[in-house]
Design a protein around this ligand. Structure first.
Ligand code: SF4
Length: 270
């Protein structure tokens, strides 16, 4: 299932999804042969994430960044040099800036985005933020994190995507959440480092719900997502299985790139 589908197939258990993740990885390892200084990119349009800082003024109890801190102190110059190096090999990269809270350093965010625009084909750029600083408006697409502990109004970030993390998303939860005054939503399963059998009910329920219109569905080497419309609004549900990502045998392949706060370049979330 290494291509996008326009409907969600029925799943009996999470093992069905795990098996497809393995199929996807094996397909990519067999077919993606081009090399960069990091190894073999397994996707043509690779995702690059910059962890701009680990600092954050909030304290969400489920925070993965705090539980598994990324390495290094902020080194903004090194981040820019690392980004240039990565983009020289991946001009079609999709780029996201995350943290911690990038809104603590809006002028550096702006400089980083200028670098991305100048050194790439400018495919897509986004900022993950709690909405800490309105100065981020207009720099790139805003993914506004929203939960019981951080909940700035989406009205202050026009055209943003409201994103939230859910332990076990249900169709009722998604529909209720999408009543919020915003047009774009992103729901993510809470995923930790332990191996876990995630419920597959939500995928089957999304497909079978008359009010939901599925656009795309895809299983990759460690992730599964669907995009859909509900009440004229757009949403995406993603499960990024961190255990799977850490335990896949990537050989010399990589499926994403991460730039750490100190400018170190890693792959496959390492
Ligand atoms: S806002 Fe994000 S980075 Fe900050 S504590 Fe919450 S989950 Fe962690």
């Amino acid at each position: 299932m290494s291509s996008k589908l326009h409907k969600i197939p029925h799943f009996n258990s999470y093992d069905d999804i795990r098996a497809e993740m393995q199929n996807d990885l094996q397909y990519r390892l067999a077919n993606r042969t081009d090399k960069t200084f990091l190894g073999r990119p397994l996707y043509y349009r690779i995702n690059v994430q910059l962890i701009l800082t680990q600092e954050c003024p909030y304290n969400c109890p489920f925070c993965l960044e705090r539980k598994n801190p990324m390495q290094g102190e902020n080194d903004f110059k090194a981040q820019i040099e690392a980004l240039k190096m990565v983009l020289s090999e991946h001009p079609n990269a999709r780029f996201s800036i995350t943290g911690g809270e990038p809104g603590l350093y809006p002028s550096h965010v702006s400089e980083i985005i200028d670098t991305y625009r100048k050194h790439s084909n400018n495919v897509f750029c986004s900022i993950n933020t709690t909405g800490y600083s309105k100065e981020l408006n207009g720099l790139a697409h805003i993914n506004l994190s929203y939960n019981d502990y951080v909940h700035k109004s989406p009205i202050d970030f026009p055209n943003c995507t409201v994103q939230t993390v859910v332990e076990n998303p249900t169709i009722e939860y998604i529909k209720e959440f999408m009543q919020m005054e915003a047009d774009n939503f992103s729901f993510r399963f809470l995923s930790g480092l332990e191996k876990k059998d995630y419920s597959v009910d939500i995928w089957n329920d999304l497909q079978n719900d008359d009010d939901i219109d599925i656009h795309t569905f895809r299983i990759g080497d460690f992730f599964v997502y669907a995009t859909f419309d509900y009440m004229g609004k757009h949403a995406r549900l993603t499960l990024g299985d961190m255990w799977q990502q850490r335990n896949n045998d990537y050989k010399d392949g990589y499926s994403n790139i991460i730039i750490h706060p100190d400018g170190t370049i890693g792959t496959n979330w390492r």
